[in-house]
Design a protein around this ligand. Structure first.
Ligand SMILES: NC(=O)c1ccc[n+]([C@@H]2O[C@H](COP(=O)([O-])OP(=O)(O)OC[C@H]3O[C@@H](n4cnc5c(N)ncnc54)[C@H](O)[C@@H]3O)[C@@H](O)[C@H]2O)c1
Ligand SMILES: O=C(O)C[C@H](O)C(=O)O
Ligand SMILES: [Mg+2]
Length: 588
């Protein structure tokens, strides 16, 4: 309850305070400061916005429930995406609170799979400056464009060139939806502060004619440049990031096309603080799922044969990390390689194939076997214990393929990693039906739990969202300059350890999605601890309590009370006098 608005408010200091509706309006219009109906009456009076809001004061919890109820009334996925995007632009704290409270329900709309649909329509939905577009035309001036970003303390960049957006191909500048989505997760779960995160789209053109020629396409209407010119541009970008944000700024490469992704990872991983999420983040989430699945079955990695459908970024990334995991389990590299089979669009990766279909990444996994084309024939020949799909070929885990996996294994392990849902190698329904409910199944995009023969199956979402927020938090917290591959092994093990016996009993290979923040935090702790042991951390002195050290750094989405400047200990006395105590945001 409140009293009549006084003409002026007197505080204990006795200083006369003139409410300023300008700064109050600034707060109402600023996503960083807006509390909407959660401004108390006193705050509204202080800010000169009393009367601009209905008289009711709501708690943030009430606001969250109301927004969630509104979200549920929307029918279309894209409408839900836009609703949440608008909320994030209107009231940042409320947006992150909503994600925290209803993670499992909201995640599919701010991230995969809806983000794929959003990218396909991005020309129609782009409204706010959510990140930076740096185009090929900016070559020679990339640093100037970075200067235009209003925040200087950027610690995490997610960058794409739109070359391979999920399994949807080259979407050019429309790919911006992906770094925007990933950055949302960085703050929501990695708890990296919003102003320290920056999504970037490098628009160098688009080779998909239908996208480029679409009348409303917002990107450069040109094809991608030749590789040498392109590489010069990326070199300039990397240098400009360091110049603008320092060498501790983490650069996450996301959804680049295959060759570019591998080339840049090789080129920059020893030079910059960077990683490739599709290769390395996916590897970690894949390995964590495999570790959990083997725990469920009560067996170990040494006795596994893994067949990949797809031999690209995700598959090669996981295959390489598996080799490290095999080595740690005491299996020599050449023995480990024998347990890993790749099948790409040309069939099984075998030495007999012509060299131009086998690049260096695939070559080490090439088997001395006669060529086999069909996936089902590969399964018959290899009798894999684990089948991993990362090919963006929907339906490629056929009834026959799943039936064969079940005939060779009491509990087949089936991962359909491809995104979005429509690109999944099989659906959860197909996996459980064709394996007679026996398989352990995980998929890149979410599938709702389903009943099969009286049992509820919870599909685990094998998505790198479980990995990158924690790796990023850990890396940036202790300022690791170069990220060694072992970091992803550690992230995988930490994630697998977070899967409780109850999760495993339910067939979940990862903790439930509402534990994403906890997963990120524990992964970050492991990363920082590893960095200290290996002398990778450049933060000195080393904190004795890593948990407390990280807790201190993370973002806590909560409304700050509006404090009159003269009561705010953070505002320097002279400043207050100079500003005549006007309640400007800068003063507070
Ligand atoms: N779940 C996750 O966290 C995650 C992470 C990264 C990528 N992905 C998904 O995995 C998929 C692949 O991504 P990528 O980065 O590896 O792409 P990529 O382009 O690097 O690799 C695709 C691979 O699929 C192969 N392929 C194409 N047609 C095939 C066919 N008919 N049979 C067998 N193989 C075939 C290609 O030869 C290539 O090796 C995408 O849908 C992507 O969204 C998921
Ligand atoms: O974006 C995702 O959902 C996961 C992954 O990075 C992908 O490219 O599919
Ligand atoms: Mg990706």
């Amino acid at each position: 309850m409140y009293k009549k608005q006084p003409p002026e408010l007197n505080f204990t200091s006795g200083r006369r305070f003139v409410p300023s509706s300008t700064s109050g309006m600034m707060r109402l219009n600023s996503k960083h400061y807006n509390k909407a109906l959660a401004f108390t009456i006193k705050e509204r009076q202080l800010l000169g916005i009393h009367g601009l809001l209905p008289p009711l004061v709501r708690t943030v919890e009430e606001q969250v429930r109301i927004y969630y109820t509104q979200l549920l009334t929307l029918k279309e996925d894209l409408a839900k995406y836009l609703f949440l995007l608008n909320l994030s632009e209107y009231n940042e704290v409320l947006f992150y609170k909503l994600l925290e409270a209803y993670t499992e329900k909201c995640l599919p709309y701010v991230y995969t799979p809806t983000v794929g649909l959003a990218c396909q329509r991005y020309s129609y939905i782009h409204e706010f400056p959510r990140g930076l577009y740096i185009t090929f035309k900016d070559k020679g001036h990339v640093c100037n464009v970075l200067q235009n970003w209003p925040q200087s303390d950027v610690r995490v960049i997610v960058v794409t060139d739109g070359g391979r957006i999920l399994g949807l191909g080259d979407l050019g500048a429309n790919g911006m939806g992906i770094p925007v989505g990933k950055i949302t997760l960085y703050t929501a779960f990695g708890k990296v502060r919003p102003h320290q995160c920056l999504p970037i789209c490098l628009d160098v053109g688009c080779n998909t004619d239908s996208v480029r020629e679409e009348p409303y396409y917002m990107g450069l209407k040109r094809k991608r440049p030749p590789i040498d010119e392109y590489d010069e541009f990326i070199d300039e970008f990397m240098q400009a990031v360091v110049k603008r944000f320092g060498q501790n700024c983490l650069i996450q490469f996301e959804d680049f096309a295959n060759n570019d992704a591998f080339r840049f990872l090789e080129k920059y991983r020893h030079q910059y603080c960077m990683f490739n999420d599709d290769i390395q983040g996916t590897a970690a989430v894949g390995l964590a799922g495999i570790i959990s699945a083997l725990k469920c079955i009560g067996t170990d990695l040494k006795s596994q044969r893994i067949l990949f459908q797809g031999a690209g970024e995700a598959a090669i990334g996981l295959a390489r990390l598996l080799i490290i995991a095999f080595r740690k389990a005491g299996v020599k590299q050449d023995e480990a390689v024998k347990c890993i089979f790749l099948r790409d669009s040309q069939g099984l990766v075998v030495t007999e194939r012509s060299l131009d279909t086998l690049n260096g990444n695939k070559l080490i996994f090439a088997k001395e076997m006669p060529p086999i084309f069909k996936l089902e024939d590969c399964i018959r020949e290899i009798k894999p214990t684990i089948l991993v799909g990362a090919s963006a070929q929907p339906g490629s885990f056929t009834k026959e393929a799943l039936r064969l996996m079940t005939s060779y294994n009491a509990v087949p392990i089936i991962f359909a990693l491809s995104n979005p849902t429509a690109k999944s190698e099989c659906t959860a329904f197909e996996a459980y039906t064709h394996s007679k409910g026996k398989c352990l199944f995980a998929s890149g995009s979410p599938f709702p739990p389903l009943e099969f023969e009286g049992r509820t199956h919870y599909t685990s979402q094998a998505n790198n969202a479980y990995i990158f927020p924690g790796v990023g938090l850990g890396v940036t917290a202790c300022c690791i300059r170069h990220i060694p591959p072992e970091i992803f092994l550690i992230a995988a093990r930490t994630l697998a350890d977070l899967c409780t016996p109850e999760d495993l009993l339910q067939g979940r290979l990862y903790p439930p999605l509402n534990k994403l923040s906890c997963c990120a935090f524990e992964i970050a702790i492991s990363v920082v601890t590893y960095a200290h042991i290996k002398n990778l951390s450049t933060v000195l002195p080393r904190p004795t309590n890593v948990r407390a050290f990280l807790k201190h750094q993370i973002y806590d989405a909560k409304y700050e009370p509006v404090v009159p400047p003269w009561l705010n200990p953070n505002v320097n006395q002279k400043e207050k006098v100079r500003n005549n105590c006007i309640d400007c945001i800068d003063c507070q």
